[in-house]
Design a protein around this ligand. Structure first.
Ligand code: BG6
Length: 315
C-alpha cells in the first residue's frame, strides 16, 4: 500500500482477532469497519468524540451480529420473510474489494474502503440467489460518514430476486429522554409493537418515553436527530431508501438482550434508513444502489430546519 493511502486507511485486528479497517481523515475524524458483517462500529468527529452507540456487551463472536454501530440488514429486514431476523449479511465475513467498479460520485474522498459480499454455498441453501453486494464506507469533508451499497443480481438462471434492506444505525445520545427526531411527523407508520398496524404520526417531532419500534413509510430524504443535552444534531440523508425505522428497546427489552446493558437504552436510538414496504426487485444483470450520509451539526442547529419554509430563516 502506498504511504499516501496508509495515511487514510489501515487494516488491523479488532476484538477477538477480527479484521477491521480504520479510516482516518487528516482533520481528525475517523471510522472503523469490521469485515465481519461489513459492520461500521465507530465513527468519531474531529474532536475524537464517538457518535455511534456500541454496546459494552457486544460480543464480537460470529455468528452473533455485533450490537451497535451500523449493522447491514440484507436480504431481509427484521422478520419480513422466512430468513433469520435482519437476514445474513450482518453475520457473514465480507472481503476487501481492491478493484470495485468505478464510482460516479465521491471520488475526491481519500478515506474510504470498498467491501464485497458474495454468497457461499451456505447462503445459497437459505436464499438461492447469486448476488454481489458492494459496500463503500467513506469519510468525507467535515467528518461526514457515507455508506453506499450496490447490490447486483448475478443469477445465471434468468431469475429475478427481491429483497428488503436497512442501515440499522445506532446513534449515541446522551439521554434518550432529551432526544427528538424531526422529519417523520405526520407520516404513516407500521407499529411493530401492535402487530404492524398502520397509524399516522401526530404533528409534533418524535420524543421518547417508552419502547418504540416503528416503521415510517415514504419518508423524506433528510431526517434529524436532536440531542438537546449534548447540543448536537445528527443529520441523516438517504437516497434509494424510502422507509425509516425508529427503535429503542427501553428497559424491559434491554434486560432481555444478553448483548445489551440494562441501562444502555438511555444512550442510543436507532434511526434506520431502509427499503422495506416495497421490496426491491432486480432482474439478472440489474443493480440497486442505496446511500446513507451522516453528518453532525452543533447547537446552532435550528429546530424546524427540515420545514422548507423555515430553512432560509435558519441559514
Ligand atoms: C429493529 C427492529 O430494526 O431491530 C426491532 O425493528 C428489533 O423489532 C431490533 O428488535 C433489533 O434486532 P436484533 O435482531 O438486532 O436484536
Amino acid at each position: 500500500m502506498s504511504s499516501e493511502k496508509s495515511r487514510y486507511y489501515e487494516v488491523c485486528k479488532g476484538f477477538n482477532g477480527l479484521d477491521k479497517v480504520l479510516l482516518r481523515d487528516p482533520r481528525g475524524s475517523s471510522a472503523e469497519v469490521y469485515l465481519y458483517g461489513g459492520h461500521v462500529t465507530s465513527w468519531k468527529n474531529d474532536h475524537g468524540e464517538e457518535l455511534l452507540f456500541l454496546s459494552s456487551k457486544a460480543t464480537f463472536k460470529p455468528p452473533k451480529a455485533i450490537r451497535g454501530g451500523i449493522p447491514i440488514c440484507f436480504p431481509q429486514f427484521s422478520c419480513h420473510g422466512n430468513l433469520d431476523r435482519h437476514g445474513f449479511a450482518r453475520n457473514r465475513l465480507w472481503a476487501i474489494d481492491d478493484h470495485p467498479p468505478p464510482f460516479p460520485t465521491n471520488t475526491s474522498n481519500k478515506a474510504f474502503v470498498d467491501l464485497i459480499l458474495k454468497p457461499s454455498e451456505e447462503e445459497m441453501k437459505i436464499w438461492p440467489h447469486s448476488f454481489e453486494f458492494r459496500l463503500r464506507v467513506a469519510l468525507g469533508p467535515g467528518g461526514y460518514l457515507m455508506l453506499t451499497s450496490r447490490i447486483r443480481n448475478t443469477n445465471t438462471d434468468g431469475k429475478p430476486f427481491s429483497f428488503t434492506f436497512a442501515y440499522h444505525t445506532y446513534f449515541f445520545v446522551s439521554d434518550i429522554c432529551e432526544v427528538r427526531v424531526e422529519g417523520l411527523e405526520t407520516l404513516d407508520y407500521l407499529d411493530n409493537l401492535q402487530k404492524k398496524k398502520r397509524f399516522t404520526e401526530q404533528g409534533d417531532a418524535l420524543t421518547f418515553e417508552s419502547e418504540v419500534d416503528k416503521m415510517y413509510l415514504s419518508t423524506p430524504t433528510k431526517i434529524a436527530i436532536i440531542d438537546h443535552e449534548k447540543k448536537r444534531t445528527y443529520v441523516l440523508r438517504k437516497d434509494g431508501l424510502p422507509d425509516a425505522v425508529v427503535w429503542n428497546p427501553w428497559d424491559k427489552k434491554a434486560k432481555a438482550m444478553a448483548d445489551f446493558g440494562d441501562n444502555e437504552y438511555k444512550h442510543m436510538v436507532c434511526v434506520e434508513a431502509a427499503a422495506i414496504e416495497k421490496p426491491i426487485t432486480l432482474k439478472p444483470g440489474e443493480e440497486w444502489k442505496g446511500r446513507l450520509e451522516l453528518s453532525i451539526v452543533s447547537s446552532s442547529y435550528c429546530s424546524g430546519q427540515l420545514d422548507p419554509r423555515r430553512v432560509l430563516q435558519c441559514s
